[in-house]
Design a protein. Structure first.
Length: 256
């Protein structure tokens, strides 16, 4: 393999590692607070939800019904906005800008006061995540936002699209900064007209996993066995998961 061929890959990996190091150095206190908030919710009998639209949904889906993750984390899905499986794919992005949709989804969901909701939105500027956070807090839920603060600060920050003129970060109990620059592209290259190589899924997934790891250990330190799932591809894993599903059936909504 030539240096010219391997160099972009090395540059991307270096960029991703650098972002993760920034998160480790700058976000640990916020992650600890977020994990503790989730632990408080679990200990009090509350339920956990995660939401993300478009590609931001990937980090939310990564912690739902996942080996090594909390069984209580439920995906709060907005039809048509979860991924790129709708036609046309641009419909999902359009739905993120629709006022009133988030409130309707939350009101139709099992979410209630005392629950916790993690909202993932890279820009935090669209109507859907902003309204989701506002309405969740109005319902008495705690909200953790995973977003890039670069989109909400500085002279080059894009304007918010919600009618309130606010961003997701303005309606959260705790904010986790994904450290992603505006545009979500880490590399440039001579002869390539647009920047490329996104890293937001790397950093948001790291923040989510770090937060859930904190939650599990906080619960254990309190003498509460964290309701974790095991891989179904190891011996005894499915039986373990069935016991967890049965014990927490009233707080798990993807297994019914």
């Amino acid at each position: 393999m030539s240096d010219r061929t391997s160099k972009p890959a090395a540059q991307y990996l270096d960029a991703a590692i650098g972002l993760l190091q920034r998160i480790r150095d700058e976000e640990l206190d916020a992650v600890a607070a977020a994990g503790t908030l989730l632990a408080d919710t679990v200990a009090a009998g509350g339920r956990l939800f995660a939401f993300g639209a478009g590609h931001s949904s990937l980090a939310a889906q990564d912690v739902v019904y996942r080996a090594g993750s909390l069984a209580l984390m439920n995906l709060l899905a907005v039809p048509g906005a979860v991924g790129v499986d709708v036609m046309p794919a641009t419909l999902g992005s359009a739905l993120e800008r629709v006022d009133g949709l988030a409130a309707a989804v939350l009101d139709a969901s099992p979410a209630r006061a005392g629950d916790a909701l993690v909202i993932i939105s890279l820009s935090g500027r669209n109507a859907l995540p902003v309204e989701m956070a506002m309405h969740a807090r109005a319902l008495g839920m705690k909200v953790i936002g995973v977003t890039s603060l670069a989109y909400a600060t500085g002279p080059d920050a894009p304007k918010p699209r919600h009618s309130s003129g606010t961003y997701l970060r303005d309606h959260c109990d705790i904010v986790l900064d994904s450290k992603i620059d505006i545009g979500d592209a880490e590399l440039s290259y001579e002869g390539v007209d647009a920047p490329f190589a996104s890293a937001s899924t790397v950093t948001t997934s790291a923040l989510m996993q770090s937060t859930l790891a904190t939650c599990a250990t906080v619960l254990a330190d309190r003498g509460i066995q964290p309701p974790l799932l095991r891989s179904g591809n190891v011996d005894g894993g499915l039986d373990w998961n069935d016991r967890v599903f049965a014990e927490y059936a009233d707080r798990i909504f993807y297994h019914r």
